[in-house]
Design a protein around this ligand. Sequence first.
Ligand code: ATP
Ligand code: MG
Length: 232
Amino acid sequence: MSSAVVEARGVGLVLPGAEGHPLTILNDVSFTLGAGEVGAVVGPSGSGKTSLLMILAGLERPTSGSVRIAGTDLAGMDEDKLAIFRRRKLGILFQNFHLVPSMTALENVALTLEIADPTRSWTSVETEALAALDAVGLSARAGHRPSALSGGEQQRVGLARAMVAKPPLLLADEPTGNLDQETGAKVVSLMFDLARRNGTAILLVTHDPALAAKADRRFAMSLGVLAEDIPA
Ligand SMILES: Nc1ncnc2c1ncn2[C@@H]1O[C@H](COP(=O)(O)OP(=O)(O)OP(=O)(O)O)[C@@H](O)[C@H]1O
Ligand SMILES: [Mg+2]
């Protein structure tokens, strides 16, 4: 038995392209990530970074190879099981996973906990959600809807939402993409702190070399091929 949180073996993604030419998006991607490890993926636009995260989140099926997350093989799961898997095992910080506009910051974070365990009392959910908002420095904004928060504040609520259930794995796609450098650095150090505290492994995609430098391990994606950068 391996204790890896992520185990990707020979993952390929080939999609039907124009004029019947198949398009190789991911080519034989293999890597593992241990508990609490932070991995950063860099690489040019269109190289397959988001596609890899989608597969690891069970939001897209690979056309070859296998993915195990926290000991579970994703191939054996139907859509319902994958949805449960995501709620229990994953924190997801993608740019298209927006906050619910009609809900306050507190309600957005609480929703993760309510979905994970609908039998919990509101008092215990509220306490934990507030603590998560406090950890990202936003307890004073708990009652605000997303439209009344700045971009960086929304990103921090998203981070609180992704981390509140202390998942074994956080997948983050350009978590600082829309933020100024200072706010971005703040969100990242929060993310790393929360992960260290909870033993959460992180795989993050970034175009920011300074952010990649802070990770435990660095991977480069090029034309669908993932290689680990081993420091000399
Ligand atoms: N559903 C799809 N159908 C066909 N091609 C797709 C699909 N999704 C992604 N692609 C293609 O797969 C390749 C990889 O896309 P992906 O989004 O993974 O790149 P990326 O590395 O995340 O790029 P960026 O840095 O711009 O976000 C691109 O050439 C893209 O056009
Ligand atoms: Mg992308």
